[in-house]
Design a protein around this ligand. Sequence first.
Ligand SMILES: [Zn+2]
Length: 137
Amino acid sequence: VDALTPERRSENMRRIRSKGMKPELEVRKLVHGLGYRYRLHVKSLPGKPDLVFASRRKIIQVHGCFWHQHKDPACRIARKPKSNISYWIDKLKRNEERDSRQARWLAKEGWTVLTVWECSVQDKKKLARTITRFLNN
Ligand SMILES: [Zn+2]
């Protein structure tokens, strides 16, 4: 039995989603600090990718570990939902399918994509190295 009303549920989802905004802001700040310039959420590309480096034809996507179900066993954030399980499984499965559709399209159009996972944002030094290597190659 689903105990949440639709209003309550979308309220919960909003909260989770806005919490998920923070890693993206941290990555933006870091990349900016490294001296790279980018465009945000380019609407002409599928899924409005987070950071777009058009002249390098590169993209950085920041993925929330829960929303995008990070598969790394070391990840401590990508927990499985404990309630409304069938609702969440369906929802997360659709996220995953959308992600892979977008990734295929972008690759076909010649874009190289770096996915930065929420749980990797904590180690800024390592992340800075990864991003620099990605953008300079
Ligand atoms: Zn993770």
